[in-house]
Design a protein around this ligand. Structure first.
Ligand code: NAD
Ligand code: FES
Length: 278
């Protein structure tokens, strides 16, 4: 369905923006963990984006994207007041949220925005929420203020040490798990290497670990098979069976291989679009 962009905020110049979309039917049904499939124009490809927030009263949803190919570059070229050709959702299963004590929500890079919605759901359910967020440097860190407004504790790392602790989110997570025995679940959203590292880290601690997977998707409704992932030795489709899965059961090596399969074509298409724009 055609969807208006009500508001656009640049979070990282030429790289990441936040869009507030007027989508009352999606906002009414949206829960943490859901995503939408979006097509910028009639002949464009469909891209999956996690819903970073929703306001059923205002009829709005928030999406945050990283410009990494032609479709996200097309989105980045749009302005508030313009219309996206179609936005379909909410899709996928919502996050399974149970009340159990302390939950640590880990977000890396653009994944922080998607993690934010899940963390908010846990806070609303009455869990003690510890946020662990990381980016390569201070200027790439997203949603710090939003997360600080409801988390009980917010730990920050940057790879280059320009803000918070120098290093990766997994170093902060390890310390947290060593010190705090009340943690009953870890949720991780971000680059696949980060989610794999989080799952590897939590396994010896025996803490339930949920990851939100980001495989290539084409239709988003379980028909094409593009989002196939192996979980616990079984084939699952992230769009209809996920996108969240038990991180200890996911075959991350296969996911990394499948994510890399179209990188060359994506790069070519992005470069052609950039050239045409000049
Ligand atoms: P990035 O590569 O800059 O990494 C962000 C942070 O993740 C790093 O600062 C570090 O703390 C952590 N990290 C990265 N690799 C790690 C590793 N091997 N071990 C431990 N920690 C590690 O992130 P980016 O460039 O913003 O990319 C964001 C990624 O998140 C994209 O690949 C995108 O597809 C993905 N994403 C996923 C979802 C989802 O729902 N799963 C949603 C949004 C974005
Ligand atoms: Fe087609 Fe999931 S995107 S089956």
């Amino acid at each position: 369905m055609p969807t208006s962009i009500l508001f656009k905020e640049c979070l990282i110049p030429d790289k990441t923006s936040k869009l507030v979309l007027y989508a009352p039917e999606i906002a009414a049904k949206s829960r943490p963990g859901h995503f939408v499939m979006l097509r910028v124009h009639e002949r464009g490809e469909r891209i999956p984006l996690t819903i970073a927030d929703a306001d059923p009263e205002k009829g709005t949803i928030v999406i945050v994207y990283l410009v990494m190919g032609k479709s996200t570059a097309l989105l980045e070229d749009m302005a508030a007041g313009e219309e996206i050709s179609d936005v379909c959702g909410p899709l996928g299963h919502p996050t399974h949220i149970e009340r159990g004590g302390t939950v640590v929500c880990v977000g890396g890079g653009t994944g922080i925005a998607a993690m934010h919605h899940i963390a908010k759901g846990h806070a609303r359910a009455g869990n003690r929420v510890v946020g662990v967020i990381g980016a390569r440097s201070k200027d790439l860190l997203l949603f710090e203020k939003e997360l600080a407004s409801f988390t009980n504790e917010l730990l920050i790392s940057t790879d280059d040490g320009s803000y918070g602790r120098r290093g990766l989110v997994t170093e902060l997570l390890r310390e947290k798990l060593e010190q705090d025995k009340t943690v009953f679940e870890v949720v991780a959203v971000g680059p696949v290497h980060m989610m794999a590292a989080v799952a590897g880290l939590t396994r010896p601690f025996g803490v339930k670990t949920t990851v939100s997977l980001n495989p290539v998707m084409v239709d988003g409704i379980g028909m094409c098979g593009a989002c196939r992932v192996s979980v616990g030795g079984k084939t699952k489709f992230a769009c209809v069976d996920g996108p969240e899965f038990d991180g200890h059961q996911v075959d991350f090596d296969e996911l990394k291989r499948r994510l890399a399969a179209y990188l060359e074509q994506e790069k070519c298409s992005f470069e052609l679009y950039e050239k045409a724009r000049l």
